[in-house]
Design a protein. Structure first.
Length: 319
């Protein structure tokens, strides 16, 4: 379990956490409204490769998450979902939620259930402030498309530009785009959003895949990188969502970021061996670029095998 320190005077709410009690507590608070969100901070310390606690989604935790996700389904999806969970006859299942979204989920070792829990139960992409006039959304790191499906329902008039470099995840994203009839609203780039055009490699770890510059080990997949700033150009971005497993550091630190025409940001930051203080550096950078920031979740986990030592989510609003 990640070590978490609460900021005094704040209450827990909407965090993607990894014990049964915290998963249950998350569900209990998820409908309490965006104004009561958690502000968490990771325990300070260096990010190194010493053995430490591993974040392990054990079977009982996955069952708890699946159960809470099941509660969001009408009976017509709930029964097939229960059967699919216990009878491994099909690799994936399409389900419908009470809120109107239709999503396709795959079995482990894919992380679809965990991501669906994060998006639809934890409501990680529900803004802590009211938003209006959202016409253009950019989703950097859409994974299997749950985030863009969630945002498309929140903002039914919005067009969405999405980036996902992992080809299998991008195929799943297209399945979810088609299932929700979003073909005319979503422009999906099967590429990583970077600071220059080129090629690289990505680990094959489902939702935990991250980009590496060289094929230094077996099992990596070649990907295309597009220049994010050239791709979005001078477009007015009403909501920018960034969750690209460490790639956010280069994007935010690029000199062009301060001139990006974005008015609302939700970003997941990651502590890495290369950037062990990325959270502080990114928050300072955003503050200096004129953003008011609302931290949502953060935790520290010494898990060098996964490439990260902690992560968290912050919302930003242009001053």
């Amino acid at each position: 379990m990640a070590e978490v320190e609460e900021i005094p005077g704040r209450t827990r709410d909407r965090a993607f956490v990894f014990t049964e009690s915290e998963v249950a507590r998350l569900a209990a608070h998820a409908s309490s409204g965006p104004q009561s969100r958690t502000r968490w901070t990771h325990n300070p310390g260096s990010c190194d490769a010493r053995p430490g606690r591993r974040i392990i989604l054990a079977g009982r935790i996955l069952r708890a998450m699946a159960g809470l996700l099941r509660n969001l389904m009408p009976l017509s999806s709930r029964i097939p979902f229960v059967l699919w969970r216990v009878i491994p006859a099909r690799e994936s299942l399409t389900i419908r939620l009470y809120s109107g979204e239709t999503i396709n989920v795959r079995r482990p070792p894919n992380f679809d259930l965990e991501v669906a829990f994060e998006v639809f139960v934890g409501k990680l992409y529900l803004s802590p402030r009211p938003l209006s006039s959202i016409k253009f959304v950019v989703d950097v790191g859409t994974n299997v498309g749950y985030s863009l499906v969630f945002l498309a329902r929140q903002f039914p008039e919005a067009k969405i530009m999405a980036f996902e470099p992992h080809s299998a995840n991008a195929r799943q994203a297209m399945i979810n785009i088609n299932a929700n009839h979003l073909q005319d609203r979503v422009d999906l780039h099967v590429a990583a959003a970077g600071i220059r055009r080129g090629t690289a490699y990505i680990t094959d770890r489902s939702a935990r895949s991250y980009v590496v510059p060289e094929n230094h080990t077996r099992g990596l997949l070649p990907i295309e990188i597009v220049d994010f700033f050239d791709t979005v150009g001078n477009a007015q971005i009403d909501l920018l969502k960034i969750d690209c497993e460490g790639g956010e550091y280069d994007l935010v630190m690029d000199s062009r970021f301060e001139n990006l025409k974005a008015r609302v940001l939700v970003m997941e930051w990651h502590l890495t061996p290369q950037h062990p203080h990325a959270d502080t550096e990114l928050i300072l950078r955003l503050n200096n670029c004129g953003w008011d920031l609302v931290p949502v979740t953060a935790y520290r986990a010494d898990d060098p095998d996964n490439g990260f030592c902690g992560n968290g989510v912050v919302w930003g609003f242009r001053r």
